[in-house]
Design a protein around this ligand. Structure first.
Ligand SMILES: [Zn+2]
Length: 312
């Protein structure tokens, strides 16, 4: 585990190294099987969380959005409340974006899309996502017609590619048409899977199998599991169980609710899958690559560099 952080301290868990930071980052990354000399430490595959809240206003007013950077390629996944502001705080101009991938058309995932599109001065911003339902279609036509003009509807199992990244929509289980995204960086065999909003899903398990990092929603804790079922979301424990079954390298929980502290969310998940992180907006995680592929033993092989949220 390579960790850059002001509050980091190293400890041990079942013979493996892991890092624990002070609140508010809250992270545990176990199962280190490679030493620093085995890892090529570049920053060329990175996810920056721009918004991490579900549809609540506090403490973070930023809802689902993240930035994926693979070399020169920059892709946003979802564009929730504050997406443009957060993108700029992360040092990226909207004109630098190659595309926005939508998981579904709920407002907490697309409220920031209009601002993003309008801030561009160059070519139109391609938007890839499932077909919006009729009410959303009418809303977009009135409020953000450019999103509809630039929309390329996608279907699970039909991948597309931007330069060095392959992007495949994954079937998910939500109240409306929805997908997750499986993002593969072919050059060095790295995989990132983003669930979007969903109940625990077999298709996500399959997509995430052996992935370096799974970003999964955790809107509820287990004692509210009946609400999770009713509203087509997941609990932290369910997401962690899914990560365990998929044998991913690490799990990030997002789309979390301010009704729970980050510590409670983390505690529930870590009991099931120790390699879990709960992140704040503007936290970035780089997925390193192993110089020696023989070091890749089962799950938990990913080398994750966590850069805690910065103040801006
Ligand atoms: Zn939703």
């Amino acid at each position: 585990m390579i960790f850059r952080g002001i509050h980091a301290s190293m400890s041990h868990w079942e013979g493996s190294s892991y890092a624990v930071s002070a609140y508010p980052l809250q992270m545990v990354v176990p199962r280190i099987i490679a030493t620093e000399s085995d890892i090529y430490l570049d920053n060329d595959f990175r996810i920056t969380f721009l918004g991490t809240s579900c549809a609540t206003l506090l403490p973070f007013p930023y809802t689902s959005a993240c930035l994926i950077e693979v070399g020169e390629t920059k892709i946003m996944v979802d564009a929730g409340i504050g997406a443009l502001r957060q993108l700029r705080r992360a040092g990226v101009d909207p004109d630098m974006l190659d595309a926005v991938l939508m998981t579904h058309w709920h407002l907490d995932h697309f409220a920031g899309l209009q601002g993003l599109i309008h801030a561009r001065t160059g070519a139109p911003l391609p938007v890839l996502g499932p077909e919006p339902g009729r009410p959303t279609h009418l809303l977009l036509r009135a409020m953000c017609p450019a999103a509809l003009r630039n929309l390329h509807t996608v279907a699970p199992g039909e991948p597309t590619r931007i330069r060095d990244i392959r992007m495949e929509p994954v079937d998910t289980v939500h109240r409306i048409a929805s997908v997750g995204w499986k993002l593969d960086e072919a050059a060095h065999n790295r995989r990132l899977v983003i669930s979007g909003d969903t109940r625990p899903s077999e298709t996500v398990i399959e997509a995430a199998r052996g992935a370096d990092l799974l970003v999964h929603e955790a809107t509820y804790l287990q004692h509210h599991s009946s609400r999770a079922v009713k509203r087509h979301h997941s609990t932290a424990a369910e997401a962690a169980a899914l990560a365990l079954e998929s044998e991913v390298g690490g799990l990030v929980l997002t789309h979390t609710s301010s009704r729970y502290t980050m510590k409670r969310i983390l505690t529930e998940a870590v009991a099931v899958f120790p390699g879990t992180l709960v992140v704040s907006p503007l936290t970035a995680i780089s997925i390193g690559r192993l110089l020696d592929e023989s070091k890749k033993i089962g799950h938990g092989w990913a080398q994750l560099t966590v850069q805690p949220a910065f103040a801006a």
